[in-house]
Design a protein. Structure first.
Length: 186
């Protein structure tokens, strides 16, 4: 079994470790990571898909039908598709984001990389992503597996998570800190 240690835990961790072990047996770790990254992008882009994944109102059968259609269009197949079908049948689709995150950590760890997540208010261009990777790599001293997330609610700036460390340089947090500081001067 993979050395999960404190890297992954709970239900998402167990599913991710099982998928990772299966991927290693089939020499498909990177292929599955790419398929899961594509599915994560679809989730990030579509409120309807997020609702389908999170809502207990949809039956497992409805989720399976929708997943099959979405994955066919996105060219997600093989073990990744079977994994998504399994978690839908087991009524665990609501935890897919955490499962993908845990799988990425395991895959990065196996490649000698460290997983990092960057949240921005809007999508970053390729040059910015390359600059971020280089900056994070120079700080941690290892190659980076970078997951990008867009959250307009942070207004601006970035939130960077590497392992258990987080740097929140978002405009939303700065405004909240300013609001707290202003309350103390009254």
């Amino acid at each position: 079994m993979a050395a999960a240690g404190d890297t992954v835990s709970g239900v998402p961790g167990r599913y991710a470790v099982a998928l990772f072990e299966l991927a290693k047996e089939n020499s498909a770790v990177d292929e599955i990571a790419a398929d899961l990254a594509r599915f994560q992008e679809l989730l990030n882009e579509s409120e309807d898909l997020r609702r389908l994944v999170r809502s207990p109102v949809f039956s497992a059968e409805d989720q399976l039908k929708a997943l099959n259609a979405i994955c066919e269009k996105a060219e997600i197949g093989g073990l990744a598709l079977n994994f998504l079908r399994l978690i839908a049948r087991n009524r665990r689709l609501f935890a897919v984001v955490d499962m993908i995150r845990a799988y990425r950590k395991l895959a990065a760890q196996a490649r000698g990389e460290i997983a990092a997540e960057v949240t921005s208010a809007e999508a970053l261009d390729d040059n910015r992503v390359a600059e971020l990777k280089a900056a994070i790599k120079s700080t941690v001293g290892r190659d980076i597996d970078l997951a990008l997330k867009v959250d307009p609610a942070i207004l601006g700036g970035l939130i960077v998570k590497v392992g258990s460390r987080m740097v929140d340089n978002s405009l939303k947090t700065k405004l909240q800190n300013l609001r707290i500081a202003m309350k103390g001067t009254g």
